[in-house]
Design a protein around this ligand. Structure first.
Ligand SMILES: Cc1cc2nc3c(=O)[nH]c(=O)nc-3n(C[C@H](O)[C@H](O)[C@H](O)COP(=O)(O)OP(=O)(O)OC[C@H]3O[C@@H](n4cnc5c(N)ncnc54)[C@H](O)[C@@H]3O)c2cc1C
Ligand code: FES
Ligand code: FES
Length: 491
C-alpha cells in the first residue's frame, strides 16, 4: 500500500496517495485543478511554476521559514509535513473568477498592475510568488536582493524595466512599515504579523506554525536502502529523469538532521550535505572567513534553484562543471560517507574516478563535507554563455596561503576541462612552498595545460576552453598579487 503524504496546501490539509515522485506542478494543476501556477519549461529555467515552501524553522518550529521554489522540480514526497503555497494561497481571491476589477490585490500584485508590468500575464503568478517569498524570507528588504529574487522569472513580453520599477515602488511602500530593529537576530519578531497586516499574505498564514506542529512527518524512505534513489533538492534528478522517478522508490533526505548540521570540529567546519546553496550565505563561518564564496552565489542558478540545490547533490551529481564542487575542491574538502556500519572519510579530490564514476559504495549516503579552517585567499571564477543563470563553460577556484611573499600552500581546481571536476594537483604542488614570481606562474600555467583534457562541445572548442582556463587562473593571481604582475605581459 502506498504511503500517504500529508501537508498543508494553502489553507487546507491534504493527504495524498499520489506517487512521491509526482512533481508538485502536476499535483497542483492536474490533481487540485489549481491552474494559477503555470507550466513553462519544466526544467527550472523560467520561474512560471514558482510556489512557496514553508518549513518549521526557528524558535522550535514556531516560526515557519518560507522559500520560493520551482514546482516543476519539486517532488510531492518532499512536501510532507510542510506548507505548500500556490498563487491561490497568496491571494485566495485569485480563485474567484468574477469581475477582475473587483478583486482585492495584494500590494505585490497591485504594484505590478500599476506599473504596467503585465501583458499576457503568463509569467505574473511566478513573479508574484517569488516576490512574496522574498518579503517573507528577508529580514531586511533591499532593492538589489529583491531584483535577484526574481532573476529566475522570465517574462517574454513586458520587458523588465517596468517590473523593476514595480519592485522599487513596492519596497518604498512597504519599508515605511518595517521597524528599524527588525534585523536578522530575531526571526520571530512579528515579521509575519506585519506582512499579514500589510495584506502581503492572508491571515491564515498565522495559523500555519501551530498546524504544522500537529503534523508529525518523519520523512519518506530509508536513505541507506540500496534500492532507493536519494533525493535531496531534486534540481538535477528531476531535470534528468522525471518519468523514471515517478515510478521509482525514493528516499527524501531534506529532514535528515545529520545532513543539516553546521558545526566546528577539530579545526574543521562540518557542513551537512543537505545544506542548500542559498543557506550558505547565512553560515557565519563561511560569511566571515570566505566572503568570496558567498559573493559568488549570484553566479549560480536562480534563488528558487539555490533554495533547493544542496551541496551534497552538487558533488554526487558529479557534473564536471558543478560550481560548488569546484569551490570545495580548492577549499580542501573531505567527505563523510555513511552507511549502516559507520562513516568513512574521503578527500573530495579522490572522490571522482571517471565521468560520473564515484568512490561511493551502493547505499552510502554523503552525510557531511568538512572544510579545513585555514587562513588564506580564496577566489572563484566562472565563464558561461550568459553571465547569470547559466552553467559554466569553464570555472575555476583557488585557495592560496602566502607568508612573506612565499606561497605556503596552494590548491587550484577547474571545471569543464576534464571528464571530472578537476583538482589541479601538479600545478598546485608546483606553486606550494615557493616565492611567488611571474616565472613561477608561467610554470604553473604550463602544467595546467598538461593536466587538463577539454573536449569541444556546445560550450566551446577545446582551444577556447584551454584559453578560458588560463585567463581564469590569471584572474585569481591578479586578485592575489596585483602589484607583482605586469598586465602588459599577460593580457
Ligand atoms: C535551472 C538550473 C540551473 C542550474 N544552475 C547551476 C549552476 O549555475 N551551477 C551548478 O553547479 N549547478 C547548477 N544546477 C544544477 C543543480 O542545481 C546542482 O547540481 C545542485 O547542487 C544539485 O543538488 P540537488 O540537491 O538538487 O541534487 P539532487 O537532484 O537531489 O541529486 C543529485 C544526485 O545526487 C544524489 N544525492 C543527492 N544528495 C545525496 C547525498 N546526501 N548522498 C548521496 N547521494 C546524494 C542523488 O541521488 C542524485 O544522484 C542548475 C540546475 C537547474 C535546474
Ligand atoms: S516550468 Fe519553468 S521553471 Fe518550472
Ligand atoms: S507578461 Fe507575458 S510573459 Fe510576462
Amino acid at each position: 500500500m502506498s504511503q500517504m503524504i500529508r501537508f498543508i496546501l494553502n489553507d487546507d490539509y491534504i493527504e495524498s496517495s499520489l506517487h512521491p515522485g509526482t512533481v508538485v506542478l502536476d499535483f497542483l494543476r492536474q490533481d487540485q485543478r489549481l491552474t494559477g501556477t503555470k507550466e513553462g519549461c519544466r526544467e527550472g529555467d523560467c520561474g512560471a511554476c514558482t510556489v512557496l515552501l514553508g518549513e518549521p524553522g526557528a524558535a522550535g518550529g514556531q516560526v515557519v521559514e518560507y522559500r520560493a521554489v520551482n514546482s516543476c522540480l519539486l517532488p510531492l514526497g518532499d512536501v510532507e509535513g510542510k506548507h505548500l503555497v500556490s498563487i491561490e494561497g497568496v491571494n485566495p481571491s485569485t480563485q474567484v473568477d468574477d469581475t477582475v476589477d473587483a478583486l482585492p490585490l495584494t500590494p505585490v500584485q497591485q504594484q505590478l498592475v500599476d506599473h504596467g508590468a503585465i501583458q499576457c500575464g503568463f509569467c505574473t503568478p511566478g513573479f508574484v510568488v517569488s516576490l512574496t517569498g522574498y518579503l517573507l524570507s528577508a529580514r531586511r528588504w533591499d532593492n538589489e536582493a529583491a531584483v535577484d529574487a526574481v532573476a529566475g522569472n522570465i517574462c517574454r513580453c513586458t520587458g523588465y524595466a517596468s517590473i523593476k520599477r514595480a519592485i522599487a515602488e513596492l519596497l518604498a511602500q512597504l519599508s515605511g512599515s518595517q521597524d528599524s530593529d527588525e534585523s536578522t537576530d530575531n526571526p520571530s519578531s512579528g515579521h509575519l504579523e506585519r506582512l499579514v497586516a500589510l495584506k502581503v499574505v492572508p491571515e491564515y498564514f498565522l495559523t500555519i506554525p501551530r498546524r504544522l506542529q500537529a503534523l508529525t512527518a518523519p520523512g519518506l524512505g530509508d536513505p541507506r536502502s540500496r534500492s532507493r534513489t536519494v533525493v535531496a533538492g531534486g534540481t538535477d534528478l528531476f531535470v534528468q529523469k522525471p518519468e523514471e522517478l515517478v515510478e521509482s522508490s525514493l528516499s527524501f533526505v531534506s529532514k535528515t538532521a545529520e545532513l543539516r548540521q553546521i558545526r566546528v570540529d577539530k579545526k574543521r567546519l562540518i557542513l551537512g550535505a543537505g545544506i542548500c546553496m542559498e543557506e550558505v550565505k547565512d553560515i557565519p563561518a563561511l560569511k566571515d572567513r570566505i566572503p568570496q564564496l558567498v559573493a559568488a552565489l549570484p553566479l549560480i542558478a536562480s534563488v528558487p534553484i539555490r533554495n533547493r540545490a544542496t551541496l551534497g547533490g552538487n558533488i554526487v551529481n558529479a557534473s564536471p562543471i558543478g560550481d560548488f564542487t569546484i569551490m570545495l575542491l580548492a577549499l580542501g574538502a573531505v567527505l563523510g560517507l555513511k552507511n549502516g556500519k559507520g562513516t568513512r572519510e574521503v578527500p573530495l579530490d579522490r572522490f571522482f574516478k571517471g565521468y560520473k564514476k564515484l568512490n561511493k559504495k551502493p547505499g552510502e549516503l554523503l552525510a557531511w563535507i568538512a572544510l579545513p579552517l585555514e587562513e588564506g585567499f580564496f577566489s572563484f571564477e566562472k565563464v558561461s554563455r550568459r553571465r547569470h543563470l547559466d552553467i559554466a563553460s569553464v570555472n575555476s577556484a583557488a585557495w592560496i596561503s602566502v607568508r612573506d611573499g612565499r606561497i605556503e600552500k596552494a590548491r587550484l581546481s577547474a571545471g569543464g576541462v576534464a571528464p571530472i571536476p578537476l583538482f589541479l594537483a601538479r600545478s598546485s604542488d608546483c606553486l606550494t612552498g615557493r616565492p611567488f614570481s611571474e616565472e613561477l606562474l608561467e610554470q604553473a600555467l604550463t602544467l595546467i595545460h598538461e593536466e587538463i583534457s577539454p573536449i569541444s562541445d556546445v560550450r566551446g572548442s577545446e582551444q577556447y576552453k584551454r584559453l578560458l582556463l588560463r585567463q581564469l587562473v590569471l584572474a585569481h593571481f591578479f586578485k592575489l598579487f596585483p602589484e607583482k604582475l605586469h598586465p602588459e605581459v599577460w593580457i
